[in-house]
Design a protein around this ligand. Structure first.
Ligand code: MF3
Ligand code: CO
Ligand code: CO
Length: 311
């Protein structure tokens, strides 16, 4: 196509002179319309990713993997030492020394003034039991909750361990609580919502006539012990809307009760949480990394109970 002269009518039919119309854009080699106004461009830009600060890059993911791995090794070390006749503060000392000897930091020690390096929650204690002079006896169920800081990254997990011979009722509670944890893990996909976890856990617990503790929940984790998102173990329609994206780390840690879900906080120590009715509570916890392919369990042990294990 031959170009009009500068003062000729423009080829586009605008009835303006060529120099006032398409001359410049023809020179630039394009007839594309001018860029839209800034407000239009902003409106069509993808919305910034929500909670971007919670999404770990590859280095962060490796940091969390290392923390989870060490925490799981600590659990493998302590599990066979949970025996009748052992005091819970003896277990705490062993946890503390193993952690320090490997150059790491016990996260609970001094956390909001918590006085020990792990939590030991026996029988009707739901969580946050303080290791003390209590002697473990045959038939007890003790949850050992370990959290360590490895190069600034937190690993957090717990297991309920049965001391010697126990009842079938208790063994079933512990087996189904482990199953609740793994059903919660299986229910959450990249782009899924936190409520998917609570639905899966509550459905299974209720099918077995157990109750789900509502007063305490799982949590986001990373360079901080507790951060967003909150992870309720029942279908909470508010917190449950949070969308889990690849690169996020969080715990799932269902507390499942033989009786009522209600809890009571110890007035004297300010930490120990017990069931309101004094019936037994069990718990398992893992730290997870959501990857592009699904959740990765960071605190899986070599020797501990795997999914489907029956106690
Ligand atoms: N490890 C617990 C959790 O799973 C928290 C213990 S905090 C403490 O979140 F202060 F009680 F130790
Ligand atoms: Co936790
Ligand atoms: Co924990």
């Amino acid at each position: 196509m031959s170009r009009p002269g500068r003062n000729d009518p423009c080829w586009c039919g605008s009835e303006r002179k060529y120099k006032k119309c398409h001359l410049l854009s023809d020179d630039a080699g394009t007839t594309a319309p001018p860029a839209p106004a800034l407000s239009q461009r902003v409106a069509t830009r993808p919305a910034p990713t929500k909670n971007a600060h919670l999404i770990l890059d590859e280095a962060g993911r490796q940091g969390m993997r290392a923390a989870g791995r060490f925490n799981a090794e600590l659990m493998d070390y302590i599990r066979p030492l949970v025996l009748p006749g052992v005091r819970t503060d003896e277990l705490d000392r062993l946890v503390h020394e193993y952690t320090i000897d490997h150059g790491h930091i016990p996260a609970t020690l001094g956390y909001h003034d918590f006085p020990k390096s792990c939590c030991t929650s026996v029988n009707e204690v739901v969580c946050h039991g303080i290791p003390d002079g209590q002697v473990l006896r045959e038939g007890d169920a003790i949850n050992v909750d370990l959290t360590t800081i490895v190069d600034g990254w937190f690993g957090d997990q717990s297991e309920t361990i049965l001391v010697g011979e126990t009842t079938e009722t208790l063994r079933n509670l512990v087996s189904e609580t482990l199953e609740c944890l793994h059903l919660g893990i299986a229910a959450i996909k990249p782009g899924g919502r936190i409520i998917d976890i609570g639905h899966a856990i509550a459905r299974h617990a209720h099918a077995h006539q157990y109750s789900v503790v509502r007063d305490y929940q799982g949590h986001g984790i990373g360079r901080k012990f507790h951060q967003d998102p909150g992870v309720p173990h029942f279908p909470d329609h508010e917190l449950g809307q949070f969308v889990v994206q690849p690169g996020m780390c969080f715990t799932i840690e269902p507390m499942i009760n033989l009786g009522s879900h209600r809890t009571v906080l110890d007035k004297h120590d300010g930490w120990t949480v017990r069931t309101a009715d004094g019936k037994i509570s069990a718990q398992f916890e893992h730290t997870l990394l959501m990857t592009e392919d699904g959740p990765e369990i960071l605190t899986l042990t070599q020797n501990g109970p795997q999914r489907g294990h029956r106690f």
